[in-house]
Write a protein that binds this ligand. Structure first.
Ligand SMILES: Cc1cc2nc3c(=O)[nH]c(=O)nc-3n(C[C@H](O)[C@H](O)[C@H](O)COP(=O)(O)OP(=O)(O)OC[C@H]3O[C@@H](n4cnc5c(N)ncnc54)[C@H](O)[C@@H]3O)c2cc1C
Length: 563
């Protein structure tokens, strides 16, 4: 392959897995699934924005991958013989980001997307090569300065919302900040947009969406927002963090028609983690977004239907099925439901908090937030592992990190490996017995006053951003009137439920106690962080998600079929 543009740099680990060469026997195997076509210089094989396109293996000649933003063609890469084209969107149904144009006459093998899915399920070696390449290409695209353009000010909440949506969903995009990008105003002018109409998202260099909702943006770029409202699914999984993703993968792979609904982005809280180091099988750690992408491909491979963004707002039992109400209107119907809506971070009680939220006060420490405070002093509040990870990550990107802990020492609720790393990093300062009293600044944070909660002594920190990791609240507002919750709002399951519920009519049909992960209505299961008494770890969330599917099978076998 002749590499140009961003790909003409050193071939690192990602690059080599992104652009593999297929062996003769792989190509022979693939011939059964597609047809050979002649190609001629200048011919377009697929165009930016196409919703569906063939998986192309180049047999002879060259195909160029071109970025066509505003009609300015930029060749990103050239694929020669034995290389294959395609990217993650072939499996997710997202529209394609770049155009494929023939550079040199030859021949290709074209495989329709439906057959590609068959290859992926039937041939493990090829499946591995293709999936690894697709995931690696998405990582490269995320850094390549291509795809969606999001233009706005870093001080606008909606601009940050759109940017976060793009980052968390791993949508290739370019963030253009009105505050310091000289070309931003000229770009807006070319698209006839006034600065006060920002944020805008520009798709395919033509379509301008002014301050779209996440769902509008998702629809424009072809994410699966809409669900079939006609079908009765065997299983509806609400939430696609680690627990929900595991439930979808196991549900679909075990033959259940599975619909997965996610309000924000696949990966849940884990998706906001820069590096998870204690997940089994990944000794070097892996980022939450990488984990989410891999799980998404896996769920898709087994036929689970995933829709993002799709928030659920209600749940009720009717005719032996469950009707799940969606925030955008309408309902979907499932025979069994797994609730995996996890938890969200608690907020601090400090005057003017809202004024700084999203702009300078954050509840995640990912690449997006790190870029916003690069080189500055920042503070992190919290004493658990997520605070510890954030501190270590931010220490590499900022000049100084203050870790504010309410108790008198670190290590009470943080893993030893993180405590050791914090203690060994020069630009981290741990302040114990700390309580934030006051924010300084107007619109953006310029510092904060911190008080020693034993002595009352005060100190001003010149921190330009605050990262908050002080425990979580369950995402169960939508279930308050439906399921039994504990006094903190987490869902009660199995033996934690009061046996008086068995007297309720709905349980009498079943004449048994609730299963281990079953909630107060038969056929509804709660897994992961949202479950009362859960361990709040990724591995346990994944374990519970997969385990619950077994109980769903048992429930479906005993429940009467829908009328
Ligand atoms: C920064 C950070 C670092 C972490 N690091 C580690 C680590 O190193 N090791 C470890 O073991 N654990 C770690 N954790 C904890 C781990 O991520 C969680 O235990 C795990 O993500 C829980 O998974 P879950 O699927 O139960 O819930 P979540 O991950 O919370 O996912 C729930 C999902 O449900 C969605 N949702 C919520 N409400 C609705 C609704 N009404 N409709 C549709 N969707 C909805 C949310 O958007 C979310 O995507 C970390 C957490 C954070 C925040």
């Amino acid at each position: 392959m002749d590499n140009r543009g961003y790909m003409d740099k050193r071939v690192d680990g990602i690059q080599s897995s992104a652009f593999p060469t297929l062996a003769d026997d792989h190509i022979e195997f693939l011939r059964r699934y597609g047809e050979v076509r002649k190609i001629e210089r200048g011919q377009v094989l697929y165009r930016e924005g196409d919703r569906s396109y063939d998986f192309i293996v180049v047999l002879e000649g060259d195909v160029e991958i071109v970025d066509n933003f505003e009609g300015e063609a930029r060749t990103i890469a050239v694929f020669g013989a034995r290389r294959f084209l395609g990217e993650l969107n072939m499996l997710t149904g997202q529209a394609v980001y770049l155009t494929a144009m023939v550079g040199r006459d030859g021949e290709v093998l074209a495989i329709p997307p439906i057959n590609l899915k068959k290859v992926i399920t039937e041939e493990p070696t090829l499946s591995d090569i293709i999936l690894k390449a697709f995931l690696a290409r998405r990582s490269i695209l995320m850094r390549a300065g291509t795809g969606l353009r999001i233009v706005g000010s870093r001080y606008l909440k909606d601009a940050l919302r759109l940017r976060e949506f793009a980052v968390r969903n791993r949508l290739p995009h370019v963030w253009i900040d009105l505050e310091d990008d000289e070309g931003a105003l000229a770009l807006l002018e070319r698209f006839d947009v006034k600065p006060e109409e920002t944020p805008v998202a520009i798709w395919q260099g033509k379509k301008v969406l002014k301050n779209p909702t996440n769902a509008e943006l998702a629809r424009a770029i072809g994410l699966n927002v809409d669900t079939s409202r006609q079908e009765i699914y065997d299983l509806i999984v609400v939430g696609a963090g680690p627990a929900g993703l595991a439930a979808s993968v196991y549900g679909a792979s075990e033959g259940l028609s599975t619909l997965s609904l996610e309000a924000v982005a696949l990966g849940g809280q884990a998706g906001t983690s820069s590096r998870i180091e204690n997940y089994l099988g990944f000794p070097a750690g892996l980022s939450g977004s990488e984990l989410a992408s891999r799980a998404m491909v896996q769920a898709d491979k087994f036929g689970a239907r995933t829709t993002v963004p799709q928030e659920t707002v209600g749940l009720r039992r009717e005719d032996g099925c469950y009707k799940v109400t969606l925030s955008e209107g309408g309902e979907v119907i499932g025979r069994g439901v797994i609730v995996a809506t996890g938890a969200r971070y608690r907020r601090l009680n400090i005057p003017r908090l809202e004024e700084f939220e999203s702009v300078s006060v954050h509840y995640a420490a990912t690449e997006v937030e790190a870029q916003m405070c690069e080189g500055a002093e920042v503070a992190v509040v919290g004493g658990g592992n997520s605070a510890g990870q954030a501190v270590v990550f931010l220490a590499g990107r900022t000049s100084r990190v203050y870790l504010l802990v309410r108790s008198d020492s670190l290590g009470k609720s943080m893993s030893t490996y993180l405590v050791d790393r914090i203690e060994g990093t020069e630009n981290i300062e741990v302040i114990t017995n700390a309580k934030i009293r006051e924010f300084l600044g107007d619109g953006t944070l310029e510092g904060m006053v911190v008080e020693d909660n034993r002595t009352g002594e005060r100190r001003t920190l010149e921190a330009r951003a605050l990262f908050v990791f002080i425990g979580a609240e369950a995402n169960t507002d939508w279930l308050k009137d439906t399921l039994k919750l504990d006094d903190r709002g987490f869902i009660l399951t199995g033996r934690a439920l009061d046996c008086s519920i068995l007297e309720e009519r709905v349980w009498q049909e079943f004449s048994r106690d609730p299963y281990l992960l079953e909630a107060s209505l038969p056929g509804i299961f709660a897994v992961g962080d949202v479950r009362s008494g859960s361990v709040k770890r990724m591995a346990s969330a994944v374990g519970e998600g997969s385990m619950a599917v077994r109980y769903v099978h048992q429930y479906l076998a005993e429940a009467s079929p829908p009328s």
